[in-house]
Design a protein around this ligand. Structure first.
Ligand SMILES: Cc1cc2nc3c(=O)[nH]c(=O)nc-3n(C[C@H](O)[C@H](O)[C@H](O)COP(=O)(O)OP(=O)(O)OC[C@H]3O[C@@H](n4cnc5c(N)ncnc54)[C@H](O)[C@@H]3O)c2cc1C
Length: 435
């Protein structure tokens, strides 16, 4: 019998598995594709705005391992771009293996190309999840605590109905099979976040170009400065404005600066801060004459639709009516981002450990960036009634809230004092160093 079973190997699932394993529990992490980190493989922006504070808080709480990996893989640090300060950009090709090795050091059993497809549940508890292995054989994974960190992208039908079709994105649903909501199968309530027009789900806020397909001068600028801001001519603007503002999950990239300009970031790929852009329009721009998309491959038409399946949970990330199911990452509410996923993943893993050792799961106290993130982004906890939005520590109402409450800081001493006063220092530290 497993102790903790985690479904989904994105940032949230990796953080959850790592946390429970750091506490000495046998942990199995089930990932439907052949790679870890999922949307983390097409992202890269860290430490922008309030994410800086949350990253430092994680480190002070004893859960800095994944932050350290992203810091070590950074191609650029301390970048300012419209609406964002002190961002770092990790190399999207350099983060996955260090994470995999770290999980292995702590003994996490990683089952790749294994897709959770069903649950065995009764009396308010999940007893086991049914997993479909690569060869089509069934595997029943029993456990005492379960964590659904399966993200909110896919299945393809959602991208067909609510987006522009399958964009052949990093989730690769046609190859590895669709996401399955084990939380819903166990009786949890799932809701879709609605775009302003009432359509479920949002497009991702960026897509990727192949760096070598851009003109030499543009490649050089990106390599040296980490970013390039290209003003859009009127004809491109018309096409750009129509797609950019209303459909992005990341509202922080919806300001006028992102409508009037193409903002490019160097993450190893060229991260272009629009959900998609017609190739014919893009290739009209100087420097983009031979541009090609990297991921999503259907990038001139679309992107994956996310946030069409968010689970109701409490502040401990426990999913009612179940006693042993937690959620993390995008599944856990209206928050998006790698840092955000690491925060909720860590708390879910910690609470999974607590119930395995007979302790009550805990909430993170309000009054720090991580605590307020968890408290304010759950479904049905007030904000959703006002705005049907997705929040992050780096933009939108949550970021404004952090600034208003003086919870945003880049001063290590100030952050440490705050966490000390909340009793959070080393909360998530390992009981023993890894073997
Ligand atoms: C194009 C794009 C760019 C982004 N850029 C940034 C950025 O620069 N900075 C930033 O902070 N955030 C960025 N984000 C947002 C950020 O990546 C996500 O909010 C966060 O990483 C989500 O992590 P997650 O673990 O919750 O979900 P995911 O990354 O979606 O991971 C979920 C995992 O669960 C697996 N899974 C699903 N169903 C099953 C199943 N049934 N069985 C087994 N496994 C399953 C999936 O294969 C996947 O690996 C970006 C997102 C996208 C899509």
């Amino acid at each position: 019998m497993e102790e903790v079973v985690v479904v989904g190997g994105g940032w949230a699932g990796c953080a959850a598995a790592l946390m429970a394993a750091k506490k000495g529990l046998p942990v199995t992490l089930v990932e439907r594709t052949d790679r870890l980190l999922a949307s983390g493989l097409v992202g890269g922006i860290m430490r922008n705005n309030g994410r800086y504070t949350a990253a430092e808080e994680l480190k002070l709480m004893g859960a800095g391992e994944l932050i350290d990996i992203t810091d070590a893989a950074a191609r650029h640090r301390g970048l300012d771009f419209p609406g964002h300060r002190h961002a770092s950009l990790y190399d999207v090709e350099k983060v996955e293996l260090p994470v995999e090795r770290l999980l292995a050091r702590y003994g996490v059993k990683l089952l790749r190309q294994c897709r959770a497809v069903d649950v065995v549940a009764g009396n308010g508890k999940i007893e086991a999840i049914r997993v479909l292995q690569r060869d089509g054989a069934d595997l029943l994974l029993r456990g005492r605590a379960f964590i659904d960190a399966s993200g909110t992208a896919g299945p393809t039908a959602n991208c067909n109905r609510f987006g522009n079709g399958c964009a052949m994105c990093i989730y690769r649903c046609p190859t590895f099979g669709p996401r399955v909501s084990i939380a819903v199968k166990a009786g949890a309530v799932e809701r879709a976040v609605l775009r302003r027009a009432g359509t479920p789900g949002y497009f991702s806020g960026s897509c990727e170009l192949e760096p070598t397909s851009l003109a030499g001068w543009l490649q050089k600028e990106l390599r040296e400065k980490g970013l390039a801001i290209i003003p859009l001519p009127p004809e491109a603007l018309a096409s750009q404005s129509s797609v950019s503002v209303e459909i992005k999950a990341c509202r922080q990239y919806s300001s006028e600066a992102f409508v009037r300009n193409l903002v490019l970031l160097d993450t190893g790929a060229v991260k272009m801060m629009v959900p998609y852009m017609p190739l014919a329009v893009l290739r009209q721009l100087e420097g983009f004459e031979e541009a090609v998309f990297r991921d999503p491959l259907g990038g001139s038409r679309g992107n994956s639709i996310r946030f069409s399946g968010v689970i109701e949970r409490d502040r401990r990330l426990l999913v009612p009516p179940l006693e042993n199911l937690f959620v993390a990452g995008e599944r856990a509410g209206l928050s998006l981002g790698h840092t955000e996923a690491i925060v909720t993943g860590t708390l879910a893993g910690y609470n999974a450990w607590r119930i395995c050792v007979g302790e009550e799961p805990v909430e993170l106290p309000r009054g720090c960036a991580c605590g307020d993130l968890v408290a304010l982004t759950g479904l049905g906890e007030g904000w959703r009634e006002k705005h049907d939005l997705v929040y992050s520590l780096s933009g939108g109402p949550l970021w404004e809230h952090l600034q208003q409450q003086n919870l945003y800081s880049t001063d290590p001493e100030e952050i440490k004092r705050r966490l000390d006063s909340l009793g959070l220092l080393q909360l998530f530290a390992a009981d023993a160093p890894p073997p």
